[in-house]
Design a binder for this molecule. Structure first.
Ligand code: SF4
Length: 354
């Protein structure tokens, strides 16, 4: 359970129960290159490397936070997993009924069967709900698409879900415009859960909401995770949102993972200068304080990424080696589950969030 302390400040008051050690998702060597086409004949003149060789896993019942500035490739990862985008390379293994299946090798029919086990929750509750459909039809749409239950059973399920997400069952016949932003996101959650998925990709689900409403929706997602034994990939650009819902966090920059760490460890003891800078933006230090790390400039063009470490053009700790050699994502000595891609991670003493 999260409680709002003040503007942007939350505290966890209830521990989440976590289950076994089984991975629900294994992503290996994932790449998504978008072709850049020019001229009358639309010749391919280059590629935008939105995701460039990414490896990670998610355990059953776990929440993996994925953070980075806009343009880092985090939303593309979510879309590649559910094949809204066809990846250029790599594998996405998903565990269902005790069996690991590479989603990228499934044909349309097989993919449709597996798709009922995972869902996506989108950022904008205004545009993700069809304004001409009643709430009942919106929530039962996935059930109809997968041929699950009779009409009566589908309506009963929709009523039950409305109550679970904190709305009234008699709101079934209303339209999306009759609800507030937070309520619409609750409807989106009810729709995502209607087919009983095991895994939900939450793509910035609270970014468009007021801070006080954000805490309520995060609470709801956390409660539903416990009740339905859900696993989440939680994508956000705001680290303060990801902290409280995630077990581990993955930071991404220009299509590459630069750090993965247990949530608390990343906040208190970041290992990558990019993570330190992201934490600086939510730090409680006064603007202008020397303890506050500011990230200058904007993310480089992913069609022409910098040589060596892709972060070197903005890194305050960069040395010559950083411009020439690509750092590997390697385990951090003495910290279980922590990985970083930085030539200087052993010698740097970076500032966490206070
Ligand atoms: Fe900075 Fe060099 Fe580390 Fe890259 S490898 S984050 S440029 S210190």
């Amino acid at each position: 359970m999260l409680e709002l302390l003040g503007k942007g400040d939350w505290v966890i008051t209830v521990q989440k129960s976590k289950n076994d050690n089984i991975n629900i998702l294994n992503v290996r060597g994932l790449k998504k290159y978008f072709p850049i086409q020019k001229g009358f004949l639309k010749r391919t003149v280059g590629y935008t490397k939105a995701v460039d060789g990414v490896n990670f896993f998610i355990k059953k019942g776990e929440t993996l936070g994925l953070v980075g500035e806009s343009g880092s490739g985090k939303t593309t990862i979510g879309r590649c997993i559910v094949r809204l985008y066809e990846p250029t390379e790599g594998s996405v293994e998903f565990c269902t009924n005790g069996e690991m299946k590479n989603l990228l090798k499934l044909d349309k029919q097989e993919m449709k069967k597996v798709r009922r086990h995972f869902q996506m929750l989108f950022q904008d509750p205004y545009s993700s709900l069809n304004p001409r459909m009643r709430i009942g039809n919106i929530i039962t749409e996935p059930l109809k698409a997968h041929g699950i239950g009779t009409y009566k059973e589908q309506i009963e399920q929709a009523k039950e879900l409305l109550v679970k997400v904190g709305l009234d069952e008699d709101q079934l016949n209303r339209y999306p415009h009759e609800f507030s932003g937070g309520q619409r996101q609750r409807i989106g959650i009810a729709r995502a859960l209607s087919i009983n998925p095991e895994f939900v990709i939450c793509d910035e689900p609270v970014s468009a909401l007021d801070v006080s409403v954000q805490a309520q929706v995060l609470n709801l997602l956390s409660d539903l995770q416990d009740e339905f034994n859900l696993s989440y990939l939680f994508i956000a650009h705001d680290l303060s949102v990801v902290e409280y819902i995630s077990d581990r966090i993955m930071a991404m920059y220009l299509g590459k993972i630069v750090e993965i760490s247990p949530s608390e460890e990343m906040y208190q003891n970041p290992k990558h200068p990019y993570t330190e800078a992201l934490l600086g933006s939510i730090s409680k230090h006064e603007p202008g304080s020397s303890r506050r790390i500011i990230l200058h400039g904007s993310i480089p063009d992913p069609s022409n990424p910098p040589s060596g470490c892709v972060f070197h053009t903005r890194c305050r700790y960069a040395r010559d080696i950083c411009k020439e050699v690509v750092p590997k994502l390697e385990a951090v000595k003495g910290i279980s589950g922590a990985f970083v891609a930085c030539h200087r991670s052993d010698e740097l003493s970076l500032k966490g969030c206070i």
